[in-house]
Design a protein around this ligand. Sequence first.
Ligand code: AMP
Ligand code: MN
Ligand code: MN
Ligand code: MN
Length: 286
Amino acid sequence: MGSHVLEIALLYDLHCHSTASDGVLSPADLVTRAHTKGVTHLALTDHDTVGGLAEAAAVAAELGLQLINGIEISSQWQGINIHIVGLNIDIKASSLATLIESQHRARAERAEEIARRLAKLGFENCLQGAARYAGGDLLGRPHFARYLVEIGAVSSVNQAFKKYLGNGKAGDVKQGWPEFEQVIQAIKEAGGIAVLAHPLRYGLTITKLRRLLEYFVKHGGQGLEVVSGQQSSNETETLVGLGERFSLYASCGSDFHVPDQPWQDLGGFGKLPAPCTPVWHAWSVS
Ligand code: AMP
Ligand code: MN
Ligand code: MN
Ligand code: MN
């Protein structure tokens, strides 16, 4: 007798942020929102921390949502700031803990330098101001951006990046993030899958992006974020092609940070196109 298989719509969102880094929802509220939006499998991937995962896991268990342990780590490749998402990681792994610790130190030092530079432009007390927007001790540019909005220096977070914090601006402090391969290695040692985050957001030519991917794969990178929030179908096509060329697993995620941006909401992105091998095949038993 053939077994009757009940079709349940699975929705994976494998990239988002809570107050543990630069998101504005607590891990509990984030998981609840994801559940409301129909997400069945969620990876919380805060910048350089796993601090939100315990709270997220507790709420996920209550709601019957599958939580995947994740992180998004800042690294550098040829001096360019590249983000690597680690999925299905063991959060107790020592390799990861060591890296996270040094990332925290690096972020603290960088935040002081950002504040010094903003002070030179006449914006006082930015370190304290930004810290109020950060749940933990992990400061990023969005926290400074929110403070600049608060004091009326700019009208929006976007403007803050445009004028003071974005690429090449005064507050864009070039941090000595760890090398690309070191980050991939730490994720692998934690039993996770290293995924190149939002590949088209680094401003690289396609030739340079291919070079980056070659290097990524050579050092153990296994996944490519093929679908993310706010992406055109042309861009998706480009990424599908690159994923196939380098035999990478395909990931998808919103990169959700704040609830009032409907184009970047939890679960709110297109399906992974057919040729892709979903990254969850790497860890889920069929
Ligand atoms: P950081 O981690 O301090 O390097 O800051 C990078 C973060 O800033 C990203 O993860 C985004 O959340 C945010 N971000 C970067 N560019 C922009 C932008 N143009 N507008 C708003 N947020 C941005
Ligand atoms: Mn962010
Ligand atoms: Mn990122
Ligand atoms: Mn992100």
